[in-house]
Design a protein around this ligand. Structure first.
Ligand code: ADP
Length: 600
Protein backbone atom coordinates (compact mmCIF):
# COMPACT_ATOMS: atom_id res chain seq x y z
CA UNK A 1 0.00 0.00 0.00
CA UNK A 2 1.47 3.32 -0.93
CA UNK A 3 1.70 6.33 1.33
CA UNK A 4 -1.27 8.22 -0.14
CA UNK A 5 -3.75 5.37 0.06
CA UNK A 6 -2.52 4.66 3.61
CA UNK A 7 -3.37 8.24 4.56
CA UNK A 8 -6.77 7.82 2.92
CA UNK A 9 -7.51 4.69 4.89
CA UNK A 10 -6.38 6.38 8.13
CA UNK A 11 -8.63 9.35 7.37
CA UNK A 12 -11.65 7.17 6.58
CA UNK A 13 -11.09 5.14 9.76
CA UNK A 14 -10.72 8.39 11.73
CA UNK A 15 -13.98 9.77 10.31
CA UNK A 16 -15.85 6.53 11.00
CA UNK A 17 -14.42 6.23 14.49
CA UNK A 18 -15.15 9.84 15.44
CA UNK A 19 -18.65 9.67 13.94
CA UNK A 20 -19.37 6.45 15.80
CA UNK A 21 -18.10 8.01 19.02
CA UNK A 22 -20.32 11.04 18.42
CA UNK A 23 -23.40 8.89 17.98
CA UNK A 24 -22.63 6.66 20.95
CA UNK A 25 -22.04 9.74 23.15
CA UNK A 26 -25.13 11.49 21.84
CA UNK A 27 -27.23 8.39 22.27
CA UNK A 28 -26.10 7.89 25.85
CA UNK A 29 -26.74 11.53 26.68
CA UNK A 30 -30.07 11.34 24.81
CA UNK A 31 -31.08 8.31 26.86
CA UNK A 32 -30.13 10.07 30.08
CA UNK A 33 -32.02 13.20 29.03
CA UNK A 34 -35.04 11.14 28.08
CA UNK A 35 -34.97 9.33 31.38
CA UNK A 36 -34.82 12.62 33.26
CA UNK A 37 -37.57 14.09 31.09
CA UNK A 38 -39.73 11.04 31.46
CA UNK A 39 -39.42 11.24 35.28
CA UNK A 40 -40.39 14.90 35.11
CA UNK A 41 -43.25 14.04 32.79
CA UNK A 42 -44.60 11.49 35.22
CA UNK A 43 -44.64 14.07 38.03
CA UNK A 44 -46.40 16.63 35.82
CA UNK A 45 -48.88 14.05 34.58
CA UNK A 46 -49.64 12.92 38.12
CA UNK A 47 -50.22 16.53 39.20
CA UNK A 48 -52.49 17.16 36.20
CA UNK A 49 -54.46 13.95 36.65
CA UNK A 50 -54.89 14.71 40.33
CA UNK A 51 -56.20 18.21 39.52
CA UNK A 52 -58.65 16.90 36.94
CA UNK A 53 -59.83 14.06 39.17
CA UNK A 54 -60.12 16.25 42.23
CA UNK A 55 -63.08 18.16 40.72
CA UNK A 56 -64.64 15.24 38.92
CA UNK A 57 -67.18 14.67 41.65
CA UNK A 58 -67.98 18.30 42.39
CA UNK A 59 -70.66 18.82 39.68
CA UNK A 60 -71.98 15.36 40.38
CA UNK A 61 -72.56 16.19 44.00
CA UNK A 62 -74.04 19.57 43.04
CA UNK A 63 -76.52 17.95 40.70
CA UNK A 64 -78.14 16.36 43.70
CA UNK A 65 -78.68 19.69 45.44
CA UNK A 66 -82.44 20.15 45.79
CA UNK A 67 -81.90 23.86 45.33
CA UNK A 68 -80.59 23.19 41.85
CA UNK A 69 -83.72 21.40 40.78
CA UNK A 70 -85.81 24.08 42.46
CA UNK A 71 -83.97 26.87 40.70
CA UNK A 72 -84.57 25.13 37.42
CA UNK A 73 -88.21 24.73 38.20
CA UNK A 74 -88.66 28.30 39.37
CA UNK A 75 -86.30 30.45 37.38
CA UNK A 76 -88.45 33.45 38.18
CA UNK A 77 -88.08 33.04 41.95
CA UNK A 78 -85.53 35.79 42.52
CA UNK A 79 -85.05 34.95 46.17
CA UNK A 80 -84.41 31.33 45.42
CA UNK A 81 -81.97 32.19 42.66
CA UNK A 82 -80.17 34.70 44.88
CA UNK A 83 -79.70 32.16 47.66
CA UNK A 84 -78.51 29.50 45.22
CA UNK A 85 -76.11 32.02 43.64
CA UNK A 86 -74.61 32.58 47.09
CA UNK A 87 -74.35 28.89 47.67
CA UNK A 88 -72.60 28.44 44.34
CA UNK A 89 -70.14 31.25 45.12
CA UNK A 90 -69.32 29.68 48.50
CA UNK A 91 -68.69 26.36 46.88
CA UNK A 92 -66.57 28.03 44.15
CA UNK A 93 -64.42 29.75 46.74
CA UNK A 94 -64.09 26.69 48.91
CA UNK A 95 -63.25 24.41 46.04
CA UNK A 96 -60.95 27.04 44.45
CA UNK A 97 -62.45 26.63 41.01
CA UNK A 98 -63.02 29.33 38.37
CA UNK A 99 -66.76 29.08 38.29
CA UNK A 100 -69.75 26.91 39.23
CA UNK A 101 -73.02 27.44 37.39
CA UNK A 102 -76.39 25.95 36.55
CA UNK A 103 -77.96 25.86 33.10
CA UNK A 104 -81.50 24.97 32.11
CA UNK A 105 -82.38 22.55 29.33
CA UNK A 106 -81.66 25.16 26.65
CA UNK A 107 -78.23 25.91 28.03
CA UNK A 108 -79.18 29.28 29.48
CA UNK A 109 -77.47 30.02 32.77
CA UNK A 110 -79.93 30.15 35.62
CA UNK A 111 -77.56 30.51 38.57
CA UNK A 112 -73.82 31.13 38.78
CA UNK A 113 -71.06 31.68 41.30
CA UNK A 114 -69.91 34.83 39.46
CA UNK A 115 -73.33 36.56 39.62
CA UNK A 116 -71.79 39.62 41.24
CA UNK A 117 -68.84 40.05 38.87
CA UNK A 118 -68.50 41.68 35.48
CA UNK A 119 -68.23 38.26 33.97
CA UNK A 120 -71.63 37.27 35.32
CA UNK A 121 -72.86 34.19 33.40
CA UNK A 122 -76.51 34.78 34.34
CA UNK A 123 -78.65 34.52 31.22
CA UNK A 124 -75.69 33.41 29.04
CA UNK A 125 -76.41 30.43 26.89
CA UNK A 126 -73.80 27.65 26.69
CA UNK A 127 -76.05 25.24 24.80
CA UNK A 128 -73.47 24.97 22.03
CA UNK A 129 -70.76 23.64 24.29
CA UNK A 130 -70.11 19.93 24.00
CA UNK A 131 -69.88 19.47 27.80
CA UNK A 132 -73.46 20.84 28.10
CA UNK A 133 -74.75 18.63 25.33
CA UNK A 134 -73.07 15.54 26.81
CA UNK A 135 -74.43 16.26 30.26
CA UNK A 136 -77.93 16.96 28.94
CA UNK A 137 -77.77 13.58 27.27
CA UNK A 138 -77.29 12.09 30.72
CA UNK A 139 -73.57 11.46 30.97
CA UNK A 140 -70.77 13.55 32.40
CA UNK A 141 -69.54 16.28 30.05
CA UNK A 142 -65.91 17.28 29.90
CA UNK A 143 -64.29 19.96 27.81
CA UNK A 144 -61.37 22.29 27.62
CA UNK A 145 -61.78 25.63 25.93
CA UNK A 146 -61.62 29.38 26.14
CA UNK A 147 -64.55 30.90 27.95
CA UNK A 148 -66.92 32.71 25.58
CA UNK A 149 -67.80 35.25 28.27
CA UNK A 150 -64.58 35.56 30.22
CA UNK A 151 -62.15 34.77 27.37
CA UNK A 152 -60.29 32.76 30.00
CA UNK A 153 -59.47 29.17 29.24
CA UNK A 154 -60.54 26.43 31.54
CA UNK A 155 -61.49 22.81 31.98
CA UNK A 156 -65.20 22.24 32.21
CA UNK A 157 -66.87 19.31 33.94
CA UNK A 158 -70.64 19.07 33.69
CA UNK A 159 -73.34 16.74 35.16
CA UNK A 160 -77.04 16.51 34.36
CA UNK A 161 -79.58 17.71 36.93
CA UNK A 162 -82.65 15.58 37.20
CA UNK A 163 -85.95 16.24 38.80
CA UNK A 164 -86.61 14.57 42.10
CA UNK A 165 -87.54 11.20 40.60
CA UNK A 166 -84.13 10.67 38.99
CA UNK A 167 -85.68 8.60 36.33
CA UNK A 168 -86.65 11.11 33.77
CA UNK A 169 -84.83 13.36 31.42
CA UNK A 170 -82.32 15.86 32.66
CA UNK A 171 -83.86 19.20 33.50
CA UNK A 172 -80.64 21.10 33.52
CA UNK A 173 -76.88 20.91 33.72
CA UNK A 174 -74.51 21.93 36.48
CA UNK A 175 -70.96 22.77 35.37
CA UNK A 176 -67.64 23.54 37.07
CA UNK A 177 -64.91 25.51 35.33
CA UNK A 178 -61.39 24.87 36.51
CA UNK A 179 -58.48 27.02 35.53
CA UNK A 180 -55.39 25.05 34.62
CA UNK A 181 -53.22 28.09 34.05
CA UNK A 182 -51.48 27.69 37.40
CA UNK A 183 -50.12 24.39 36.09
CA UNK A 184 -48.38 26.18 33.24
CA UNK A 185 -47.07 28.54 35.93
CA UNK A 186 -45.58 25.55 37.77
CA UNK A 187 -43.93 24.30 34.57
CA UNK A 188 -42.09 27.60 34.09
CA UNK A 189 -39.26 26.28 36.28
CA UNK A 190 -38.74 23.44 33.82
CA UNK A 191 -36.22 24.43 31.18
CA UNK A 192 -37.33 22.03 28.47
CA UNK A 193 -40.58 22.70 26.61
CA UNK A 194 -43.63 21.05 28.27
CA UNK A 195 -46.74 20.83 26.10
CA UNK A 196 -50.30 19.73 26.77
CA UNK A 197 -51.85 18.89 23.43
CA UNK A 198 -55.46 18.04 22.60
CA UNK A 199 -56.47 15.16 20.39
CA UNK A 200 -56.13 17.36 17.32
CA UNK A 201 -52.62 18.31 18.16
CA UNK A 202 -53.40 21.82 19.37
CA UNK A 203 -51.14 23.02 22.20
CA UNK A 204 -53.42 24.55 24.82
CA UNK A 205 -51.11 24.61 27.79
CA UNK A 206 -47.34 25.06 27.83
CA UNK A 207 -44.47 26.67 29.72
CA UNK A 208 -43.70 28.45 26.42
CA UNK A 209 -46.51 31.07 26.39
CA UNK A 210 -46.15 31.91 22.69
CA UNK A 211 -46.63 28.26 21.71
CA UNK A 212 -50.18 28.25 23.14
CA UNK A 213 -53.01 27.67 20.63
CA UNK A 214 -50.63 26.48 17.96
CA UNK A 215 -50.87 23.08 16.41
CA UNK A 216 -47.98 20.62 16.18
CA UNK A 217 -48.95 19.97 12.59
CA UNK A 218 -51.33 21.62 10.12
CA UNK A 219 -54.92 20.90 11.26
CA UNK A 220 -57.20 18.74 9.10
CA UNK A 221 -60.39 20.55 8.01
CA UNK A 222 -62.65 18.23 10.11
CA UNK A 223 -60.76 19.34 13.16
CA UNK A 224 -61.09 22.99 12.22
CA UNK A 225 -64.84 22.62 11.76
CA UNK A 226 -65.35 20.90 15.08
CA UNK A 227 -63.19 23.44 16.91
CA UNK A 228 -65.14 26.29 15.35
CA UNK A 229 -68.49 24.66 16.14
CA UNK A 230 -67.63 24.28 19.79
CA UNK A 231 -65.91 27.68 19.93
CA UNK A 232 -63.23 25.76 21.79
CA UNK A 233 -60.43 28.25 21.19
CA UNK A 234 -62.61 31.26 20.59
CA UNK A 235 -60.62 34.30 19.62
CA UNK A 236 -57.47 32.32 18.84
CA UNK A 237 -56.22 31.60 15.31
CA UNK A 238 -54.76 28.12 15.31
CA UNK A 239 -51.59 28.06 13.28
CA UNK A 240 -48.92 25.40 13.08
CA UNK A 241 -45.97 25.77 15.46
CA UNK A 242 -43.64 25.91 12.47
CA UNK A 243 -45.12 29.30 11.52
CA UNK A 244 -43.54 30.80 14.63
CA UNK A 245 -40.57 33.09 14.14
CA UNK A 246 -37.94 32.18 15.18
CA UNK A 247 -38.82 28.54 14.63
CA UNK A 248 -38.70 26.52 17.83
CA UNK A 249 -35.96 23.90 17.74
CA UNK A 250 -38.08 20.81 18.31
CA UNK A 251 -36.55 17.53 17.31
CA UNK A 252 -39.34 15.14 16.42
CA UNK A 253 -38.77 11.76 17.94
CA UNK A 254 -36.76 13.09 20.88
CA UNK A 255 -39.84 13.94 22.99
CA UNK A 256 -41.26 11.86 25.81
CA UNK A 257 -45.04 11.69 25.90
CA UNK A 258 -47.84 10.39 28.05
CA UNK A 259 -51.59 10.32 27.55
CA UNK A 260 -53.50 12.19 30.26
CA UNK A 261 -57.13 12.95 31.13
CA UNK A 262 -60.23 11.66 29.49
CA UNK A 263 -60.20 13.81 26.41
CA UNK A 264 -57.39 12.19 24.46
CA UNK A 265 -54.77 14.72 25.58
CA UNK A 266 -51.09 14.15 25.34
CA UNK A 267 -48.53 15.56 27.70
CA UNK A 268 -45.12 15.97 26.03
CA UNK A 269 -41.69 17.09 27.18
CA UNK A 270 -39.00 17.87 24.60
CA UNK A 271 -35.64 17.32 26.28
CA UNK A 272 -33.10 19.91 25.22
CA UNK A 273 -30.75 18.53 22.57
CA UNK A 274 -27.93 20.86 23.59
CA UNK A 275 -26.40 18.57 26.25
CA UNK A 276 -26.92 15.65 23.89
CA UNK A 277 -24.96 17.38 21.14
CA UNK A 278 -22.37 18.53 23.66
CA UNK A 279 -21.93 14.98 24.96
CA UNK A 280 -21.67 13.70 21.39
CA UNK A 281 -19.00 16.28 20.61
CA UNK A 282 -17.15 15.44 23.81
CA UNK A 283 -17.15 11.77 22.88
CA UNK A 284 -16.06 12.59 19.35
CA UNK A 285 -13.27 14.81 20.61
CA UNK A 286 -12.12 12.17 23.09
CA UNK A 287 -12.23 9.57 20.34
CA UNK A 288 -10.21 11.85 18.10
CA UNK A 289 -7.68 12.36 20.87
CA UNK A 290 -7.45 8.61 21.52
CA UNK A 291 -7.08 8.01 17.80
CA UNK A 292 -4.30 10.57 17.59
CA UNK A 293 -2.56 9.04 20.63
CA UNK A 294 -2.92 5.59 19.10
CA UNK A 295 -1.57 6.82 15.78
CA UNK A 296 1.38 8.54 17.43
CA UNK A 297 2.08 5.44 19.55
CA UNK A 298 1.93 3.16 16.53
CA UNK A 299 4.12 5.58 14.61
CA UNK A 300 6.62 5.79 17.47
CA UNK A 301 6.67 1.98 17.77
CA UNK A 302 7.12 1.68 14.05
CA UNK A 303 9.97 4.21 14.10
CA UNK A 304 11.61 2.40 16.98
CA UNK A 305 11.29 -0.90 15.19
CA UNK A 306 12.74 0.63 12.06
CA UNK A 307 15.63 2.16 14.00
CA UNK A 308 16.33 -1.20 15.60
CA UNK A 309 16.20 -2.85 12.20
CA UNK A 310 18.47 -0.20 10.74
CA UNK A 311 20.87 -0.59 13.62
CA UNK A 312 20.78 -4.36 13.13
CA UNK A 313 21.41 -3.95 9.42
CA UNK A 314 24.23 -1.50 10.07
CA UNK A 315 25.79 -3.90 12.55
CA UNK A 316 25.39 -6.72 10.05
CA UNK A 317 26.94 -4.58 7.30
CA UNK A 318 29.78 -3.64 9.63
CA UNK A 319 30.34 -7.28 10.51
CA UNK A 320 30.26 -8.17 6.85
CA UNK A 321 32.71 -5.39 6.05
CA UNK A 322 34.99 -6.56 8.87
CA UNK A 323 34.74 -10.17 7.64
CA UNK A 324 35.43 -9.04 4.09
CA UNK A 325 38.39 -6.99 5.27
CA UNK A 326 39.76 -9.91 7.22
CA UNK A 327 39.25 -12.18 4.23
CA UNK A 328 40.99 -9.68 1.95
CA UNK A 329 43.84 -9.20 4.36
CA UNK A 330 44.27 -12.94 4.56
CA UNK A 331 44.09 -13.18 0.79
CA UNK A 332 46.47 -10.27 0.32
CA UNK A 333 48.84 -11.73 2.90
CA UNK A 334 48.71 -15.01 1.05
CA UNK A 335 49.25 -13.20 -2.23
CA UNK A 336 52.14 -11.25 -0.75
CA UNK A 337 53.68 -14.35 0.74
CA UNK A 338 53.33 -16.10 -2.59
CA UNK A 339 54.66 -13.06 -4.44
CA UNK A 340 57.51 -12.84 -1.96
CA UNK A 341 58.48 -16.44 -2.38
CA UNK A 342 58.01 -15.95 -6.11
CA UNK A 343 60.36 -12.97 -6.00
CA UNK A 344 62.80 -14.90 -3.89
CA UNK A 345 62.71 -17.74 -6.36
CA UNK A 346 63.14 -15.29 -9.23
CA UNK A 347 65.95 -13.57 -7.41
CA UNK A 348 67.72 -16.86 -6.87
CA UNK A 349 67.18 -17.64 -10.53
CA UNK A 350 68.42 -14.20 -11.46
CA UNK A 351 71.51 -14.66 -9.36
CA UNK A 352 72.04 -17.98 -10.97
CA UNK A 353 71.56 -16.45 -14.40
CA UNK A 354 73.84 -13.57 -13.55
CA UNK A 355 76.46 -15.98 -12.38
CA UNK A 356 76.00 -17.95 -15.55
CA UNK A 357 76.17 -14.77 -17.61
CA UNK A 358 79.30 -13.64 -15.89
CA UNK A 359 81.02 -16.92 -16.38
CA UNK A 360 79.75 -17.02 -19.96
CA UNK A 361 80.99 -13.48 -20.48
CA UNK A 362 84.37 -14.34 -19.05
CA UNK A 363 84.47 -17.41 -21.16
CA UNK A 364 83.43 -15.42 -24.19
CA UNK A 365 86.11 -12.85 -23.50
CA UNK A 366 88.54 -15.63 -23.09
CA UNK A 367 87.26 -17.28 -26.26
CA UNK A 368 87.43 -13.89 -28.02
CA UNK A 369 91.00 -13.63 -26.90
CA UNK A 370 91.75 -17.06 -28.31
CA UNK A 371 90.22 -16.20 -31.64
CA UNK A 372 92.26 -13.08 -31.54
CA UNK A 373 95.33 -15.18 -31.01
CA UNK A 374 95.67 -15.74 -34.73
CA UNK A 375 95.49 -12.03 -35.47
CA UNK A 376 97.72 -11.43 -32.53
CA UNK A 377 100.26 -13.93 -33.77
CA UNK A 378 100.36 -12.10 -37.06
CA UNK A 379 100.61 -8.72 -35.25
CA UNK A 380 103.24 -9.96 -32.87
CA UNK A 381 105.15 -11.59 -35.69
CA UNK A 382 105.06 -8.34 -37.58
CA UNK A 383 105.95 -6.25 -34.57
CA UNK A 384 108.69 -8.56 -33.36
CA UNK A 385 109.99 -9.33 -36.83
CA UNK A 386 111.02 -5.77 -37.43
CA UNK A 387 113.26 -5.35 -34.36
CA UNK A 388 114.46 -8.91 -34.85
CA UNK A 389 115.52 -8.17 -38.43
CA UNK A 390 117.12 -4.95 -37.15
CA UNK A 391 118.93 -6.90 -34.41
CA UNK A 392 120.24 -9.32 -37.00
CA UNK A 393 121.45 -6.46 -39.19
CA UNK A 394 123.03 -4.63 -36.23
CA UNK A 395 124.72 -7.87 -35.10
CA UNK A 396 126.09 -8.37 -38.61
CA UNK A 397 127.28 -4.77 -38.62
CA UNK A 398 128.87 -5.18 -35.20
CA UNK A 399 130.68 -8.30 -36.45
CA UNK A 400 131.95 -6.43 -39.51
CA UNK A 401 133.09 -3.38 -37.50
CA UNK A 402 134.74 -5.68 -34.94
CA UNK A 403 136.65 -7.30 -37.74
CA UNK A 404 137.69 -3.86 -39.07
CA UNK A 405 138.75 -2.93 -35.61
CA UNK A 406 136.28 -0.11 -35.29
CA UNK A 407 135.13 -0.60 -31.68
CA UNK A 408 133.25 2.68 -31.72
CA UNK A 409 130.96 1.50 -34.46
CA UNK A 410 130.60 -1.90 -32.75
CA UNK A 411 129.43 -0.13 -29.65
CA UNK A 412 126.92 1.87 -31.62
CA UNK A 413 125.48 -1.26 -33.17
CA UNK A 414 125.35 -3.07 -29.84
CA UNK A 415 123.46 -0.13 -28.36
CA UNK A 416 121.01 -0.35 -31.25
CA UNK A 417 120.59 -4.09 -30.61
CA UNK A 418 119.91 -3.38 -26.99
CA UNK A 419 117.31 -0.75 -27.91
CA UNK A 420 115.60 -3.11 -30.30
CA UNK A 421 115.56 -5.84 -27.65
CA UNK A 422 114.09 -3.37 -25.20
CA UNK A 423 111.45 -2.56 -27.71
CA UNK A 424 110.64 -6.25 -28.14
CA UNK A 425 110.40 -6.54 -24.36
CA UNK A 426 107.95 -3.66 -24.32
CA UNK A 427 105.81 -5.33 -26.99
CA UNK A 428 105.77 -8.59 -25.06
CA UNK A 429 104.95 -6.69 -21.86
CA UNK A 430 101.89 -5.20 -23.50
CA UNK A 431 100.77 -8.62 -24.69
CA UNK A 432 101.07 -9.96 -21.14
CA UNK A 433 98.79 -7.24 -19.86
CA UNK A 434 96.13 -8.13 -22.37
CA UNK A 435 96.28 -11.85 -21.82
CA UNK A 436 96.02 -11.56 -18.01
CA UNK A 437 92.60 -12.40 -16.66
CA UNK A 438 92.48 -10.19 -13.62
CA UNK A 439 90.08 -10.84 -10.74
CA UNK A 440 91.21 -7.86 -8.75
CA UNK A 441 89.16 -6.92 -5.69
CA UNK A 442 86.63 -4.14 -6.14
CA UNK A 443 87.20 -1.25 -3.76
CA UNK A 444 86.39 2.43 -3.56
CA UNK A 445 88.85 4.37 -5.70
CA UNK A 446 89.43 8.11 -5.48
CA UNK A 447 89.29 8.99 -9.17
CA UNK A 448 91.03 12.39 -8.90
CA UNK A 449 93.91 10.70 -7.14
CA UNK A 450 94.12 8.02 -9.86
CA UNK A 451 94.08 10.70 -12.57
CA UNK A 452 96.96 12.55 -10.88
CA UNK A 453 98.99 9.34 -10.38
CA UNK A 454 98.53 8.43 -14.06
CA UNK A 455 99.52 11.95 -15.15
CA UNK A 456 102.70 11.74 -13.05
CA UNK A 457 103.82 8.65 -14.93
CA UNK A 458 103.36 10.48 -18.26
CA UNK A 459 104.81 13.78 -17.09
CA UNK A 460 108.21 13.35 -18.78
CA UNK A 461 106.60 12.23 -22.04
CA UNK A 462 104.39 15.38 -22.07
CA UNK A 463 107.45 17.50 -21.40
CA UNK A 464 109.34 15.85 -24.18
CA UNK A 465 106.58 16.58 -26.66
CA UNK A 466 105.99 20.05 -25.22
CA UNK A 467 102.30 19.37 -24.60
CA UNK A 468 100.30 20.77 -21.73
CA UNK A 469 98.09 18.64 -19.49
CA UNK A 470 95.28 20.46 -17.65
CA UNK A 471 92.83 19.16 -15.03
CA UNK A 472 89.36 20.22 -14.06
CA UNK A 473 88.26 18.24 -11.02
CA UNK A 474 85.99 20.31 -8.78
CA UNK A 475 85.03 17.45 -6.50
CA UNK A 476 86.49 14.24 -5.22
CA UNK A 477 84.52 11.26 -6.44
CA UNK A 478 84.89 7.65 -5.47
CA UNK A 479 84.08 4.78 -7.75
CA UNK A 480 84.11 1.09 -7.09
CA UNK A 481 86.84 -0.70 -8.99
CA UNK A 482 90.50 -1.51 -8.80
CA UNK A 483 93.02 1.38 -8.84
CA UNK A 484 95.68 -0.33 -10.95
CA UNK A 485 93.37 -1.22 -13.82
CA UNK A 486 91.56 2.12 -13.71
CA UNK A 487 94.98 3.85 -13.95
CA UNK A 488 95.85 1.55 -16.87
CA UNK A 489 92.76 2.86 -18.70
CA UNK A 490 93.52 6.50 -17.80
CA UNK A 491 97.17 6.17 -18.94
CA UNK A 492 95.98 4.67 -22.22
CA UNK A 493 93.58 7.55 -22.86
CA UNK A 494 96.09 10.22 -21.92
CA UNK A 495 98.88 8.62 -23.93
CA UNK A 496 96.61 8.41 -27.01
CA UNK A 497 95.76 12.08 -26.50
CA UNK A 498 99.45 12.95 -26.25
CA UNK A 499 100.09 10.95 -29.43
CA UNK A 500 97.26 12.87 -31.14
CA UNK A 501 98.65 16.35 -30.27
CA UNK A 502 102.19 15.41 -31.26
CA UNK A 503 103.26 17.59 -34.15
CA UNK A 504 100.23 19.93 -33.76
CA UNK A 505 100.51 23.68 -33.21
CA UNK A 506 98.42 23.57 -30.12
CA UNK A 507 99.30 20.68 -27.87
CA UNK A 508 96.68 20.67 -25.19
CA UNK A 509 95.23 17.75 -23.29
CA UNK A 510 92.49 18.36 -20.76
CA UNK A 511 91.09 15.93 -18.22
CA UNK A 512 87.80 16.73 -16.43
CA UNK A 513 86.05 14.85 -13.65
CA UNK A 514 82.33 15.39 -13.00
CA UNK A 515 79.42 13.52 -11.60
CA UNK A 516 76.72 12.20 -13.95
CA UNK A 517 73.84 10.70 -12.00
CA UNK A 518 75.13 7.63 -10.20
CA UNK A 519 78.31 7.63 -12.23
CA UNK A 520 81.57 9.53 -12.22
CA UNK A 521 82.42 10.88 -15.67
CA UNK A 522 86.03 11.37 -16.80
CA UNK A 523 86.54 13.22 -20.07
CA UNK A 524 89.92 13.21 -21.83
CA UNK A 525 89.95 15.89 -24.48
CA UNK A 526 92.77 16.76 -26.83
CA UNK A 527 93.54 19.32 -29.50
CA UNK A 528 94.58 16.64 -31.96
CA UNK A 529 93.16 15.91 -35.42
CA UNK A 530 90.21 13.98 -34.07
CA UNK A 531 89.08 10.54 -35.20
CA UNK A 532 88.40 9.85 -38.85
CA UNK A 533 85.08 8.12 -39.63
CA UNK A 534 86.65 4.85 -40.82
CA UNK A 535 88.88 4.83 -37.75
CA UNK A 536 85.97 5.46 -35.38
CA UNK A 537 84.27 2.21 -36.44
CA UNK A 538 87.30 0.08 -35.54
CA UNK A 539 88.63 2.09 -32.65
CA UNK A 540 88.11 -0.62 -29.98
CA UNK A 541 89.23 -3.50 -32.17
CA UNK A 542 92.34 -5.27 -30.90
CA UNK A 543 95.45 -4.62 -32.96
CA UNK A 544 93.84 -1.76 -34.78
CA UNK A 545 96.23 1.12 -34.90
CA UNK A 546 96.87 4.01 -37.23
CA UNK A 547 100.19 4.69 -35.65
CA UNK A 548 103.41 3.94 -37.43
CA UNK A 549 104.82 0.52 -36.85
CA UNK A 550 106.44 0.27 -33.46
CA UNK A 551 104.57 3.27 -32.04
CA UNK A 552 101.41 1.36 -31.21
CA UNK A 553 100.16 -2.18 -31.04
CA UNK A 554 96.46 -1.26 -31.39
CA UNK A 555 95.65 -2.94 -28.06
CA UNK A 556 95.30 0.11 -25.77
CA UNK A 557 91.62 0.89 -26.37
CA UNK A 558 90.63 -2.79 -26.71
CA UNK A 559 92.15 -3.55 -23.29
CA UNK A 560 90.72 -0.38 -21.76
CA UNK A 561 87.25 -1.18 -23.06
CA UNK A 562 87.28 -4.68 -21.58
CA UNK A 563 88.51 -3.32 -18.19
CA UNK A 564 85.76 -0.68 -18.14
CA UNK A 565 83.10 -3.25 -19.01
CA UNK A 566 84.35 -5.50 -16.23
CA UNK A 567 83.84 -2.56 -13.84
CA UNK A 568 80.26 -2.03 -15.11
CA UNK A 569 81.35 1.21 -16.74
CA UNK A 570 81.21 2.64 -20.23
CA UNK A 571 83.81 4.05 -22.61
CA UNK A 572 82.94 6.09 -25.72
CA UNK A 573 84.84 8.16 -28.25
CA UNK A 574 83.66 11.21 -30.15
CA UNK A 575 84.96 14.24 -32.00
CA UNK A 576 84.70 17.60 -30.35
CA UNK A 577 82.75 20.27 -32.10
CA UNK A 578 84.66 23.46 -31.50
CA UNK A 579 83.74 26.77 -33.14
CA UNK A 580 87.08 27.33 -34.87
CA UNK A 581 86.92 23.80 -36.30
CA UNK A 582 90.03 22.64 -34.39
CA UNK A 583 88.08 19.56 -33.28
CA UNK A 584 90.14 17.01 -31.47
CA UNK A 585 88.94 13.80 -29.89
CA UNK A 586 86.99 13.44 -26.72
CA UNK A 587 86.96 10.17 -24.80
CA UNK A 588 84.31 9.75 -22.09
CA UNK A 589 84.64 7.22 -19.31
CA UNK A 590 81.73 6.45 -16.93
CA UNK A 591 82.31 4.45 -13.79
CA UNK A 592 79.67 3.71 -11.14
CA UNK A 593 80.11 5.75 -7.96
CA UNK A 594 81.04 3.80 -4.84
CA UNK A 595 78.18 3.28 -2.40
CA UNK A 596 77.97 5.96 0.34
CA UNK A 597 79.18 3.85 3.22
CA UNK A 598 82.28 2.62 1.41
CA UNK A 599 85.63 4.18 2.27
CA UNK A 600 88.82 4.40 0.28
P1 ADP B 1 97.64 2.31 -30.56
O1 ADP B 1 97.64 3.53 -29.67
O2 ADP B 1 98.60 1.36 -30.21
O3 ADP B 1 97.43 2.62 -31.92
P2 ADP B 1 95.05 2.11 -29.48
O4 ADP B 1 94.05 1.00 -29.36
O5 ADP B 1 95.31 2.84 -28.25
O6 ADP B 1 96.27 1.54 -30.16
O7 ADP B 1 94.46 3.11 -30.50
C1 ADP B 1 93.92 2.68 -31.68
C2 ADP B 1 93.86 3.81 -32.64
O8 ADP B 1 92.88 4.76 -32.27
C3 ADP B 1 95.02 4.64 -32.75
O9 ADP B 1 95.98 4.03 -33.65
C4 ADP B 1 94.48 5.96 -33.30
O10 ADP B 1 94.35 5.89 -34.70
C5 ADP B 1 93.23 6.04 -32.72
N1 ADP B 1 93.22 6.97 -31.60
C6 ADP B 1 93.32 6.66 -30.31
N2 ADP B 1 93.28 7.78 -29.53
C7 ADP B 1 93.20 8.84 -30.41
C8 ADP B 1 93.12 10.25 -30.23
N3 ADP B 1 93.15 10.82 -29.00
N4 ADP B 1 93.04 11.02 -31.32
C9 ADP B 1 93.00 10.44 -32.56
N5 ADP B 1 93.03 9.14 -32.78
C10 ADP B 1 93.15 8.32 -31.71
Amino acid sequence: MNRLSRIHVLLVVAVLWVTAAYFVGARKAGDTAREASSRQLQIIALDLEATLERYETLPYVLSFQSEAAQALQQPGNAELIRRFNHTLRDIQRQAKVAAVYLMDQTGRTVATSNWDTVQDYTGKNFGFRPYFLDALRGSAGRFYGIGSTTSEPGYFIAQPVHDGTRSGKAVGVVAVKISLDYLAGNWRTIEDPVLLVDRWGVIFLSNRSDWRYRSLNALPSAARQEIEASMQYIGAVIEPLTALQPQPALHPGTEVTQAVGRLGWTLAVYPSQQPVVRAGLLWAFTALLLYAIALVSVWALHQRKRRMEERGLARQALQQAADELERRIAQRTGDLTRANSDIEARYAKLQETEHLLRSTQNELVQAGKLTMLGQMAAGVTHELNQPLTAIRAFADNAGTFLARGQPQRVQENLARISAAAERMGAIIGQLKGFARKSEAAVEPVDLAQSIRASALLLESDFQKVGASLAFDMPQALRVSGDAVRIEQVLINLMRNALDAVRGRDAKIVRVTLTRDGDDALVRVVDSGPGIADDVAQRLFEPFFSTKESGAGLGLGLAISSSIVQALNGRLTAANRRVEDGSGGAEFSLWLPLAAQGQTA
